[in-house]
Design a protein around this ligand. Structure first.
Ligand code: NAD
Length: 464
C-alpha cells in the first residue's frame, strides 16, 4: 500500500483530519459562525474584486457576475442558515412492534475531510456552493479550483485564507497533477464538478478508498420546441439561456429540437432577440462575454468549420475574432448527427437547430443520446409536456423556460448517469456531505430477547 506520507498534501490532509472541529464534530453555532464569515467576505469585503477577476478571466459583464455568482452564493448561505437548525435535528422515526422496548432516530453527521474539485465557468459559484454545503454539514475541506480562470482562483485562495484556518478549509491552485495527487489521499467524500470524462477518473480514484462521491457533470441538454409553443417567447428565453456566459454553462440549452413547421419562424425570432440583447455588433456589446481560453476558442471554431463542411447553414453569427476570443451568438440550421456539434457537448455560443416531423420521433431522438443534465420543453400542450416527462429521463427540466431550475434552493440539482451522480443545493447539498447515522436505543426488555439461543420447539413456533 502506498505511503501517504510521500504525498505533497498529506500534512494538510492529516491536519484537517485531526482538527478538533472534525473529530468532536462541530455544533450549530460554530457552523453558523463560519457561514457568516464567508457571507461577509463575498457580499462585502471581496465583492468588487470578484467582479474584476471574473471580467479578467471570462469578460463577464458586471450584471452577470452579480446575478450568477455573488447573488447565488449569498442567497445559498442565507437559505442554509435559515434551515440548518432543522436539518441538524435528530430525525425520529417509528420503531416496529417486533422491536418493542426500543426507540429509533437518525442524525446527519459530518463525513469528515472532503475534497472539492471545481470547473471554470462559474468559478466562485461552483466552488463556494459545495463548500457552503460542506461547512453546513460540519466537514473540513480541501479545494482544487480550475486552472483555466487564474484570477478567480487566486482571489478565492485569498478569500479562503481570510475566512478559514487551513485545518478547516484550504485551497490549492494548480493543474491536473494537483488533482491527481489530491485524489490519492483517503478523503471521506469527493465533490467534483466538471466533464463526464474527468468525472470517471475521479470516481475511479475515489473507489480506491471507497470514498463517496458527488459528480456534477455535463453533456448535451436538449431543448424541445413544439408547434403549439409561443415561438417568440420561446426564442426570447432560449437566446438568453444559450448566450448567457457565452453558452459556457452546464445547463445551457445545447441544441434546439423543433417541429419543422415552426423552424423558420423560430429563426426569425432568434434574430430579433439577439439584436435586442446584444445589438447588431455583439463584439462591442457590454452584455456579451468571451470564450475562456484559446484552446476552447479553437475547439469551438473547429465545431463551426466541421458543421459547415457537413452542409449546416449559418443562419445568424458565425463570426469570430481570435485575439479577444470572441465568437458571435451563432445559430445553425440543417445540422445532421454527423457533425461534431451534435456529438459533443458544445459549451459555447453555437446553437444548432434540428427538426422533427412527429413528436414520437423527437422523443426517440432524445432517448437515443446520453441522459442529459437538463431537458427543456416549450409547449402549450399539456399532453406533449406530460409525454416528455413520462418518456424521457433527465437531471432537471424547465417547462417554457430554461436554466432557472438551477436557482431554486428547494429543488435537488444534479444529473443522471452520464450527466452526474448525486444531488446538490440546499438540503440536498447538506445531505451529500452527511452520513445518515441510524441509532436504535433500547429502553426496556426487548421482545427479540425471547428468541435468543438456545433454540427449542417453542422458540421455533414463536419465530414463525
Ligand atoms: P473539466 O472536467 O476539464 O475540469 C474540472 C476540474 O477537474 C478542474 O479543476 C480541472 O483542473 C480538473 N481536472 C481536469 N482533468 C483532470 C484529471 N485528469 N484528473 C483530475 N482532475 C482533473 O471540466 P471544465 O472544462 O472545467 O468544465 C466544463 C465541464 O463541466 C462541462 O462538461 C460542464 O457541463 C461541466 N459542468 C457541470 C456543472 C454541474 O453543476 N453539473 C457545472 C459546471 C460545469
Amino acid at each position: 500500500m502506498k505511503d501517504f506520507k510521500e504525498n505533497p498534501y498529506y500534512d494538510l490532509f492529516s491536519k484537517q483530519e485531526s482538527n478538533k472541529y472534525n473529530i468532536g464534530k462541530s455544533n450549530y453555532k460554530e457552523r453558523i459562525k463560519k457561514l457568516n464569515a464567508l457571507q461577509i467576505a463575498i457580499e462585502k469585503t471581496f465583492r468588487k474584486d470578484i467582479q474584476e477577476a471574473l471580467f479578467k478571466d471570462l469578460g463577464k459583464p458586471r450584471v452577470e457576475s452579480e446575478m450568477t455568482e455573488i447573488y447565488q452564493i449569498v442567497s445559498d448561505i442565507k437559505y442554509v442558515k435559515k434551515h440548518l437548525r432543522l436539518w441538524m435535528r435528530k430525525q425520529r422515526v417509528s420503531t416496529p412492534l417486533s422491536m418493542l422496548g426500543a426507540s429509533s432516530y437518525f442524525i446527519y453527521e459530518s463525513k469528515g475531510v472532503c475534497l472539492i474539485i471545481s470547473p471554470w465557468n462559474f468559478p466562485f459559484n461552483l466552488t463556494f456552493g459545495p463548500l457552503i454545503s460542506a461547512i453546513a454539514a460540519g466537514n473540513t475541506a480541501i479545494i482544487k479550483p480550475s486552472e483555466m480562470t487564474p484570477y478567480s482562483s487566486a482571489l478565492m485562495k485569498s478569500i479562503i485564507e481570510t475566512v478559514f484556518n487551513d485545518d478547516e478549509v484550504a485551497l490549492i491552485e494548480g493543474e491536473v497533477e494537483v488533482s491527481t495527487a489530491l485524489l490519492e489521499l483517503p478523503f471521506n467524500h469527493v465533490f467534483f464538478t466538471g466533464s463526464p470524462q474527468v468525472g470517471k477518473i475521479v470516481m475511479k480514484a475515489a473507489a480506491k478508498h471507497l470514498a463517496s462521491v458527488t459528480l456534477e457533470l455535463g453533456g448535451k441538454s436538449p431543448t424541445l420546441v413544439d408547434s403549439t409553443a409561443n415561438i417568440d417567447l420561446a426564442a426570447k428565453k432560449i437566446v438568453w439561456g444559450k448566450f448567457l456566459n457565452c453558452g459556457q454553462i452546464c445547463v445551457s440549452p445545447d441544441y434546439v429540437l423543433i417541429d419543422e413547421t415552426v423552424k423558420s419562424q423560430f429563426i426569425e425570432a432568434c434574430k430579433k432577440w439577439i439584436a435586442k440583447y446584444y445589438g447588431n455588433h455583439p463584439a462591442s456589446s457590454h452584455s456579451y462575454g468571451r470564450i475562456v481560453t484559446n484552446k476552447h476558442f479553437k475547439r469551438l471554431r473547429a465545431h463551426l468549420d466541421n458543421a459547415n463542411q457537413h452542409g449546416a447553414v449559418t443562419e445568424i453569427g458565425g463570426i469570430s475574432e481570435s485575439q479577444s476570443r470572441y465568437i458571435a451568438p451563432t445559430v445553425l440550421s440543417n445540422v445532421t448527427d454527423e457533425t461534431s456539434v451534435m456529438q459533443e457537448e458544445i459549451f459555447g455560443p453555437l446553437l444548432p437547430i434540428v427538426t422533427y416531423s412527429s413528436f414520437e420521433d423527437a422523443i426517440t431522438y432524445i432517448n437515443s443520446k446520453e441522459r442529459p443534465l437538463a431537458l427543456y420543453i416549450y409547449s402549450k400542450s399539456k399532453t406533449n409536456i406530460d409525454r416528455i416527462i413520462k418518456n424521457t429521463r433527465a437531471g432537471g427540466t424547465c417547462i417554457n423556460n430554461n436554466i432557472i431550475h438551477y436557482a431554486n434552493h428547494n429543488l435537488p440539482f444534479g444529473g443522471v448517469n452520464n450527466s452526474g451522480i448525486g444531488k446538490s443545493h440546499g438540503f440536498y447539498g447538506f445531505k451529500a456531505f452527511s452520513n445518515e447515522r441510524a441509532v436504535v436505543r433500547q429502553h426496556t426488555f426487548g421482545i427479540t430477547e425471547l428468541l435468543f439461543p438456545p433454540y427449542n420447539k417453542s422458540k421455533e413456533n414463536m419465530a414463525k
